[in-house]
Design a protein around this ligand. Structure first.
Ligand code: NAD
Ligand code: ZN
Length: 250
């Protein structure tokens, strides 16, 4: 299957890679679903929805620590493999549901962050921008950070919570990329969070070759031409190695 995936990618000129939390699992960041996923410990409605945040920002911050403490996380071989596919002219864009910025850290240049990122923060009440240096001491001490401008308790990282709309421009661009790609490769996503999970179906309807690399089966496996169950950090470098071999023969 790795060889078939590599053959498809080697012929591609505008592939799109669509990633989820699974690609960062080997960088030490827990996923939401699947074995040991965060939803086995936390209630998503309470800690990761905009209503939950408004109701109880403290619960959001306690939960976020699990993701943020890993701010020192480093990309793993899967992130680097995808950046390499972009560098050699095969991948045109990475569409990610992740908020950890590890694709950029690995060298990917065109990254569409469907769910925003933990990179910056803003006050929901007055719009003031905040940086982590201002917020982190309070969060680390177990307190809720407050806005330096209006004193509101609703300073929030610019990540998309359940109940919030996706950034419109990014979503439209992701739809365009999915429609025009020749290969669409999913890595580490359970494909259940909508509208992000609609993108593979858009690519399929537009005639793209479909590849998925995931630890466990997803409900959408049927639409993929190549299905590889395995760890992204092990499978992706092997695919790229094969692609490079094929490219040097053509
Ligand atoms: P998910 O948690 O729903 O699913 C993760 C999938 O990855 C599972 O199907 C699991 O089998 C698979 N997986 C686990 N380890 C893997 C590995 N080593 N290699 C390959 N696959 C592996 O994640 P999702 O589909 O991205 O959707 C959930 C939401 O989680 C997204 O909206 C995203 O914003 C958010 N999230 C992001 C991060 C992050 O930024 N790193 C972490 C947790 C959750
Ligand atoms: Zn404010």
């Amino acid at each position: 299957m790795i060889k078939i995936a590599a053959e498809i990618l080697a012929k591609s000129k505008r592939a799109v890679v669509f990633t989820g939390a699974g690609i960062s699992a080997e960088s030490g960041i827990p996923t939401f679903r699947g074995q040991n996923g965060l939803w086995t410990k936390y209630d998503p409605e309470e800690v990761a929805s905009i209503h939950g945040f408004r109701r109880n920002p403290k619960a959001f911050w306690e939960f976020s620590k699990e993701l943020m403490i890993k701010a020192t996380a480093e990309p793993n071989p899967a992130h680097y493999a995808i950046a390499e596919l972009e560098r050699i002219g095969i991948v045109r864009a990475v569409i990610t549901q992740n908020v950890d910025m590890l694709h950029q850290k690995a060298g990917s240049r065109k990254v569409l962050e469907l769910h925003g990122s933990f990179g910056s923060l803003e006050c929901l009440d007055c719009g003031a921008e905040h940086c982590w240096d201002e917020v982190l001491p309070k969060v680390s001490a177990g307190d809720v950070p407050t806005c330096k401008n209006c004193k509101s308790f609703y300073v929030k990282p610019k990540v998309v919570l359940f109940g919030e709309p996706l950034p419109r421009k990014v979503l439209l661009e992701a739809i365009e990329e999915s429609r025009f790609c020749d290969t669409f490769m999913v890595v580490g996503s359970s494909l259940v969070v909508y509208p992000a999970a609609e993108l593979p179906f858009i690519a399929k309807r537009s005639g793209a070759n479909m590849i998925i690399v995931n630890l466990e089966p997803t409900h959408a496996d049927l639409i993929f031409d190549v299905v590889i169950y395995g760890k992204a950090g092990e499978v992706l470098p092997k695919i790229v190695e094969e692609v490079k071999k094929l490219k040097s023969y053509t």
